[in-house]
Design a protein around this ligand. Sequence first.
Ligand SMILES: [Mg+2]
Length: 402
Amino acid sequence: MPHLTTPSAQSLPPSPHSVLKMAPHSKQRRFSSSSVVPDSVSGFAFAFDIDGVLLRSAAPIPGAPEALAFLYNHNIPFILLTNGGGKHESARVAELSKKLGVPLTEENFVQSHTPFKQLVGGLQDKTILVTGGDGDQCRKVAEKYGFKNVVTPGDIIMECPAIWPFNQIFSDYYKSATRPLPTPINHTNPAHSLKIDAVFVFNDPRDWALDTQIILDLLLSKNGVLGTTSEKNGDPSLPNNGWQQDGQPQLFFSNPDLFWATSYHMARLGQGGFQASLQGVWDATTNGAALKRTIIGKPHAATYEYAERVLDKYRAQMLGAHGGRVGQLDRVFMVGDNPESDIRGANDFKSAHGTEWTSILVKTGVFQDGTKPAYKPKVVVNDVLEAVKWAVHQQGWKGKAE
Ligand SMILES: [Mg+2]
């Protein structure tokens, strides 16, 4: 996978004033302000997961607006680091700013698929398959990132309904958001048939069956040409018994979470569920061959590396803008609700710059109070507001956080 670099920065948030007043849910609990404003070069920062930490099914979790407003008001840098996605960063940031009452920018926001921006260079003029998300929202996100030729499974089934026989149920859905294929599927002349150069699962697929069939077809194809089959498949004289040895497209997943917190009282299957399902189909088809793919998103180190670069850059701009000296970032507090992704990733991550990542688990999402987390955090607290209080206390905060 190409190296992931920091996206170019654009603008900083407006200067903080009356931020606590902006918080719509600030009546329950709040930090008391102190005349002691911290040294703006404080060497710590925060990374917050969103679902189950700041929001639950689109509604703010009590204490979340206050926690962010407090950090914002005191120039303590933070980023939002989510395995969610499905919309462009600009749209999501605007929604979140409104809901949480704190100005956010794309520069302190990393979604599961944000690091895919860095892959545009090698694929700009190629044709990619993008799946997941509502309608063709993720196609539009990919195009905003710079990918020029983006096909969705909906485009394919509308042009070739026979590719999956049980297509009637979703046909109205697909009709609204499909486009003609850049090249038709030509079974008799593969040289002039649709060729896919990379497959990106941007967000949770909505139609697992169709997406599974099309991704499987591509993984079994010759050179990524839809409707072909590689002669190398199953050849025991080749590596991996010939599977994925014939120019098939690279496969990328943006989010490994098996479960995530929704409005239902039990966690629901996430993109990791789709990946496990596809893995099962692949195992059955290939008799257990390895499935080559690239997975980003928490807990994978590539996402934490990317996040730390984003945070470093954002912090340098933010603190520099407020007249501070910008020293070393010593510690990042990762606040999350999912032991398997947020906590595991923070615990395992080894920063190239010596920054320590400290994991804080909250009880407002996937983690069920009273159970033993699969990956042990530094501390378990009730919610994000308690997480921030605990962390600033650990850092020897001079103001009061009641
Ligand atoms: Mg979460």
